[in-house]
Ligand binder design. Structure first.
Ligand SMILES: O=C(O)c1ccccc1NCC(=O)[C@H](O)[C@H](O)COP(=O)(O)O
Length: 547
């Protein structure tokens, strides 16, 4: 009997699933939505009309809401993330937690081409017909009206900022909690409104909404429930009154919490740099495609992996290759060698036996450029076994991989700590499959190492420097070396393990050599070698004196 019931239940579940799947297929929207889903690889969420707005397009409103709080984040990134989340709160949370949002893929720009006109135009899907956008014209009450604060405003009530910034207390009954919450909201509105006699309406509305993910959760929100206000205080241009007005409300501890690490700052700056380059005539993504695919004018490519296996010590059983870096400055050390000439430095490295020349092309913190890469490459181009060139940068977009190729790189750096797994995979595949370059995948711990191995990376660099706090721990590579050796043994693969950062002595190199490390990347120590002594320094460092 129970078997019959089981079969009936199973049958009912199958029918239900079948109907659900087929119905959701029917619901799956217009041709444009289906096309967008196919091109983006996920079904874009329609944007919900969740807040009052004088703006007529909800998409715009949501993007604008995030954008005023995070002017550092490029608008396309915000738009792309909102298509995934469909929700301002989820997107802002993501920015708070990670400090950045991924750049959208090329398909996004085809669907949502940038338009110099109104933001409404700029953010609407290209495929969408004029009549399909939502028009929201309803006149909405102000925050003062919505929270019934007219009388308090009339009476000239003021609220001290410190009072608002205090920690939320957990009241012992639902009624008291409700009342306390209501009062907190009222105080936030009054405090924000009072000093300047006005505030950025939708910004504050958003702050209040974010402050209440669920009534019962308020006591667990960070910073005493003022998370949203902390958002509004992130470094920004003070264009909207609410932004400057709200900033002083943030308790000091919250401000500290929200300080971004250097890696996050570099990411945000690089994302802006990429958007600028993409929108500059002559270097648009389409121009890059023409240079690389139609005209085929990128300098010739060599195999990074093969080149790493060849070095002045390759005849010995424990050979170790050198990746020598051109690095004028760094966030941790400031200026290192501002007068360095990339071309002459590259020639010296090549003649000293380097397998790879790593060129830092990041301008703001490292004082490098793509021109350095191009000239360094040109300086050694006639050497028959020239070193491979690594574009050492903070790669977050396929566009930078195209730039790298065009300026003469044979490989690019992909930093696991900086990229979401899916994005890392996309960039890895783009580099290998589309541009023919095996990247150097950088990791800093066992979790990231696992990710790099799952990716199938053939060259993995362990950075001894923690890019969030600059701490250099030379044992980092040593601790992770076994994972790679084990992986190689099991898989029969030959993943090359590289040690990055902090290497300056022969002893450093010897330790790694004995641990099966295949290459060391050295920057500062080489850049600081006395003039004319770089070649001697390298030969001594790698133990190549007799070669
Ligand atoms: O070098 C830094 O201060 C730094 C800070 C934040 C992100 C990256 C950073 N450096 C990039 C590197 O990984 C190094 O340039 C490279 O490994 C060489 O290191 P070193 O030999 O110590 O110059």
């Amino acid at each position: 009997m129970s078997e019959v019931v089981n079969v009936l239940v199973a049958f009912a579940v199958i029918i239900f699933l079948f109907r659900w799947i087929t119905n959701s297929g029917n619901d799956s929207g217009t041709d444009e939505q289906r096309r967008a889903a196919t091109m983006l690889g996920f079904r874009p969420k329609s944007v919900t009309p969740e807040m009052d707005s004088a703006l007529t397009n909800f998409n715009d409103f949501q993007i604008e809401s995030v954008s005023v709080m995070f002017p550092d984040i490029p608008t396309p990134n915000i738009h792309y993330d909102l298509l995934r989340t469909g929700n301002v709160e989820l997107t802002t949370n993501k920015i708070l937690e990670r400090g950045f949002l991924e750049s959208p893929p090329g398909a996004f720009h085809t669907l949502y081409p940038q338009n110099s006109g109104s933001s409404a135009q700029a953010t609407r899907p290209a495929a969408q017909g004029a009549g399909s956008s939502s028009i929201h014209t309803k006149k909405t009450p102000s925050l003062i009206q919505r929270y019934h604060l007219e009388d308090r405003v009339e009476m000239g009530e003021t609220v001290e900022e410190e009072k608002v910034g205090g920690k939320a207390t957990w009241e012992d009954s639902p009624d008291k909690r409700e009342a306390s919450l209501k009062e907190r909201k009222a105080q936030m509105i009054l405090a924000a409104r009072h000093p300047g006699g006005g505030f950025g309406h939708h910004q504050l509305a958003l702050a209040i909404r974010l402050d209440l993910p669920g009534r019962d959760e308020i006591s667990w929100w960070p910073c005493g429930g003022l998370k949203a206000l902390a958002l509004a205080s992130l470094p920004s241009r003070p264009v909207i009154p609410g932004t400057v007005l709200l900033a002083p409300l943030i308790p000091e501890k919250c401000q500290k919490r929200r300080l971004r690490t250097i890696l996050e700052k570099i990411y945000a700056q690089r994302a802006r740099d990429v958007e600028l380059a993409k929108s500059t005539p002559g270097t648009t993504p389409e121009d890059m495609r023409v240079y690389l695919d139609d005209l085929n004018i990128a300098p010739t490519l060599i195999s990074f992996v093969d080149r790493l296996k060849r070095n002045p010590g390759s005849s010995s059983s424990s050979s170790i290759a050198l990746m020598s870096e051109i690095k004028r400055a760094s966030p941790s050390k400031g200026d290192i060698s501002l007068s360095a000439n990339a071309a002459s430095q590259a020639l010296t490295y090549a003649l000293s036996g380097a397998s790879t020349i790593s060129v830092l092309t990041e301008p703001t913190w490292f004082k490098g450029t793509l021109l350095d890469l191009r000239l360094a490459r040109q300086a050694v181009d006639s050497i028959p076994t020239r070193p491979a060139f690594l574009r050492k940068d903070f790669i977050l977009d396929e566009y930078q991989i195209d730039e790298a190729r065009l300026f003469g790189a044979d490989t690019v750096l992909l930093i696991v700590a900086m990229l979401e797994p899916q994005r890392l995979k996309v960039l890895y595949e783009y580099s290998t499959k589309v541009r023919g370059m095996e990247p150097l995948v950088e990791v800093n711990n066992a979790e990231e190492m696992k990710q790099a191995l799952e990716l199938g990376a053939r060259v993995i660099g362990v950075n001894n420097r923690n890019l969030h706090d600059f701490n250099v721990d030379m044992g980092t590579t040593s601790r992770l070396a076994d994972i790679v050796l084990e992986h190689n043994k099991k898989s029969g693969k030959e993943t090359i393990l590289c040690a990055l950062s902090g290497i300056s002595t022969r002893e450093d190199v010897e330790v790694y050599r004995n641990q099966g490390v295949g290459a060391v990347l050295v920057g500062e120590a080489l850049m600081r070698a006395p003039k004319g002594q770089t070649e001697v320094f390298i030969k001594n460092l790698l133990g190549w004196e007799s070669s």
